[in-house]
Design a protein around this ligand. Structure first.
Ligand code: 9D3
Length: 245
């Protein structure tokens, strides 16, 4: 998988992506990351990337031409299937399913905007899709692009090792994770649940599934609304509910 990020702050992308799981995936050449600065595609002496909005109002708008030429160059660097995604508050909310589908392309060109946004004709002519990270306001698309890079990289074969395969990730199954404990056994009067010390791996698995269901019901009941549970899962959830009463 190849990621190309079009951004006025390229160092923000390369710096953040160099850590942890994404950093290792880049080192191991499972993914490649390139950055393209629209400022490098300007032709005037002030290297102007923004201009005042037609119709007036506050703020500035990113100009079409530098963005378009940066994306064009990013596309030239690859021959296979590319998808151009503009990160914006108006985009489709990103979900695990949306990101799973994105793994099918060999190149994701992520466009991070700044200021009030980009000239709408760039969205119409140059972008294939528009994605949002949720209904809150951040200052530009870079952090959103990093979220996409991180979440997609985790899904690629060979990226995750022992720390849990992507298949085991909660949200892959639409449920929240079970609670985790490590040493010591006793902290300020709180003991680790007995079952986790039992060595009975079947019982532990069943307890963890029950916790996943129960915690999803408690903290994110919306996730259970459109979810089909097995008969066993229904039974575990009922058991969890009766125990909190
Ligand atoms: C507060 C300014 N807003 C109304 C005048 C418009 C606005 C413009 C640009 C709000 C945010 C931004 C910058 N945001 C992004 O580039 C962005 C974003 C976001 O703010 N929320 C959720 N997902 C995303 S993806 C990119």
């Amino acid at each position: 998988m190849r990621f190309d990020v079009v951004t006025l702050f390229p160092d923000m992308i390369t710096a953040a992506a160099s850590y942890g799981v994404t950093g290792r995936a880049i080192q191991r050449e499972i993914v490649s990351l390139s950055v393209w600065n629209p400022r490098d595609y300007t032709n005037d002496k002030h290297r102007t990337v923004d201009d005042r909005p037609y119709g007036g109002g506050p703020g500035m708008v990113m100009k079409y031409q530098p963005l378009h030429d940066a994306v064009k160059d990013a596309k030239l660097s690859c021959t296979e299937t590319a998808k151009v995604v503009y990160l914006s508050p108006q985009g489709k909310p990103i979900t695990q399913d949306l990101l799973s589908e994105a793994c099918a392309v060999s190149q994701l060109i992520l466009v991070a905007g700044r200021y009030e946004g980009v000239d709408e004709r760039f969205v119409d002519k140059t972008c294939d899709d528009e994605w949002s990270i949720g209904d809150y306001v951040i200052s530009g698309g870079e952090l959103a692009a990093l979220i996409v890079i991180d979440a997609v990289t985790r899904l690629l074969p060979g990226v995750l090792g022992d720390e849990g395969s992507a298949l085991q990730d909660s949200h892959m199954n639409g449920l929240l994770d079970y609670p985790h404990f490590t040493r010591p056994e006793l902290i300020e009067g709180s003991l680790v649940p007995d079952v986790l010390l039992s060595g009975n791996h079947t019982e532990i698995e069943v307890w963890r599934m029950k916790q996943m269901l129960g915690r999803t019901w408690q903290k994110r009941p919306d996730l259970l609304e459109n979810k089909k549970l097995s008969a066993e899962q229904e039974r575990l959830l009922q058991q969890f509910k009766s125990e909190v009463e």
